[in-house]
Design a binder for this molecule. Sequence first.
Ligand SMILES: Cc1cc2nc3c(=O)[nH]c(=O)nc-3n(C[C@H](O)[C@H](O)[C@H](O)COP(=O)(O)O)c2cc1C
Length: 197
Amino acid sequence: MSRVRAERLVVAITGASGAPYAKRLLDVLRRMREAGDGPEVAVVLSPTAPEVWALECGGDVRAAVEPFPVWGGRDYKAPFASGSAGWDAMVVIPCSMSTVARIAHGTSDSLLTRAADVIIKEKRNLVIVPRETPLSAIHLENLLKLANLGVTVAPAMPSFYAQPTSVEAVLDTVVARVLDHLGLPNDLMRRWGTPAG
Ligand SMILES: Cc1cc2nc3c(=O)[nH]c(=O)nc-3n(C[C@H](O)[C@H](O)[C@H](O)COP(=O)(O)O)c2cc1C
């Protein structure tokens, strides 16, 4: 992968459906860390994220993301709330349309939206994984605005050409592309053009 590899990564989770994508991503990042090869990771949650996580994954999100630190939603003392700290990448997974709108309008009204604002202003790597269907013109305009700012819009849209046979393998078709755009090597899914195992 030719993309710059994320060294210090903010993983933000919102109240859109799709908490299992975040869980899978964090499981992979934890494995990388255990192998001594992962980025530094910090987690930030929207107010609705714990409720949707409990519904879709079961249990408490804060316990599930250990050992990664979870920052409070208004804790602007977090290092990634300032551009000078040098955090180089952020992913919002899943990303609600509410958070898409707030990031697109630079509200910086929570640690999550402030962190995204910082990544955009510093011209670093922001990947969002929006989830909604159907998409209204409001959603599309906000997403276009972010894409034009250099944000990678990687929707929670699984693919099936690798013939996934489990829910986890379906999740991996999205998570693999997210890792690709964070510059993090992975073999989560069979890539197009490679032989079926
Ligand atoms: C179970 C559940 C599923 C939801 N799924 C979505 C979704 O897929 N996309 C979305 O934009 N909002 C979804 N919502 C609504 C958001 O949670 C709501 O708009 C909230 O204000 C988002 O705030 P946040 O972005 O700060 O998490 C869902 C809410 C619940 C309770």
